[in-house]
Design a protein around this ligand. Structure first.
Ligand code: C2E
Ligand code: CA
Ligand code: CA
Ligand code: CA
Length: 276
């Protein structure tokens, strides 16, 4: 038993060390990923619950030359801890804006903002400047933030002011992964979110789990009384869509509507007439 314990300990240490080594390597490699053309942007449609596409969410991808596709859930936290998130966030926003300039002008572009990006006092000017350069009116933009962005302690007021400035310019602010944070309701009081995005864990369970169904229905009611649009993410089944529509959910996103892809639907592209 004693030697078993020792082996387990060594095994665990090795695993942990490998993980630390991998994170260090990814952190280093990430700094040259953009210039080496390893990063790209994919777009996932967001539709009304009647299935009319209203816009696309931009999602970042990284194809590592040796390790293959690295999930954003793995490399975004690394970029946050190395401070590289600012650079990658700017690059990402510019790429997504350039793509959106080729879309029908009624379609919105949703961008995810990491809480760490709010440490950059120039964030709002940078984003609005990039949009202007690409000819995208701010009212076509939505910025998705998770609740961790609203929990930056003494930075809370700064984040609040930055989000207000984006809103004043015409952009929408979306609370992402709604329901998974720690103080959703007090955040709703101080931050005027234009939309709440129900986390996909609730959608995945809604047809089989009564509490998940209740939380979604209550969120839809809450959104309505706050004047916020409700988006459900992770919609994979027709039945989920039908029930969400019946419950009054405004917008939906998920594999049923469309997977993230490098190209948007042909109908989403700007026609020559639209360009005039
Ligand atoms: P998120 O913002 O909540 O994005 C939704 C995630 O759910 C995406 O994963 C998307 O591909 C996935 N998804 C969409 N529909 C379905 C579905 O029907 N079923 C399932 N199972 N999954 C679905 P992805 O692209 O791997 O991104 C994961 C997270 O990484 C994002 O979560 C976001 O927090 C972060 N992320 C991605 N791109 C960026 C970025 O450019 N900047 C920042 N700051 N974060 C990003
Ligand atoms: Ca998002
Ligand atoms: Ca989400
Ligand atoms: Ca998420």
């Amino acid at each position: 038993a004693k030697s078993d314990g020792g082996n387990t300990g060594r095994f665990y240490d090795t695993g942990l060390q490998d993980e630390i080594r991998l994170k260090r390597r990814l952190g280093r490699d990430l700094e040259t990923a953009i210039e080496n053309d390893q990063c790209y942007v994919v777009f996932q449609p967001i539709a009304t619950s009647a299935m009319r596409i209203v816009g696309y969410e931009a999602l970042l991808r990284w194809r590592h030359p040796e390790l293959g596709e690295i999930a954003p859930s793995q490399f975004i936290p690394i970029a946050e801890s190395t401070g590289w998130i600012g650079t990658i966030g700017r690059w990402m926003a510019d790429r997504a804006l350039a793509a959106a300039a080729t879309w029908r002008s009624d379609l919105t572009l949703s961008l995810n903002l990491s809480p760490l990006q709010f440490r950059d006092a120039d964030l709002v000017d940078t984003l609005l400047g990039l949009a202007e350069r690409r000819g995208i009116a701010p009212d076509r933009l939505a910025f998705e933030v998770t609740e961790s962005a609203t929990l930056l302690g003494h930075h809370r007021d700064t984040v609040l002011a930055m989000l207000r400035r984006l809103q004043d310019a015409g952009a929408r602010i979306v609370m992402d992964d709604f329901g998974t944070g720690h103080s959703s309701l007090s955040n709703l009081k101080d931050f005027r979110f234009d939309a709440l995005k129900i986390d996909r864990s609730f959608v995945a369970a809604m047809l089989v789990d009564q509490p998940s169904a209740s939380i979604i229905r209550a969120t839809i009611g809450l959104g309505r009384s706050l004047g916020a649009v409700i988006v459900a993410e992770g919609v994979e089944q027709q039945r989920q869509l039908d029930v969400l529509r019946e419950w009054g959910c405004d917008q939906v996103q998920g594999y049923l509507i469309g997977r993230p892809a490098r190209d948007v639907a042909a109908g989403a592209r700007r026609s020559r007439r639209d360009a005039l």
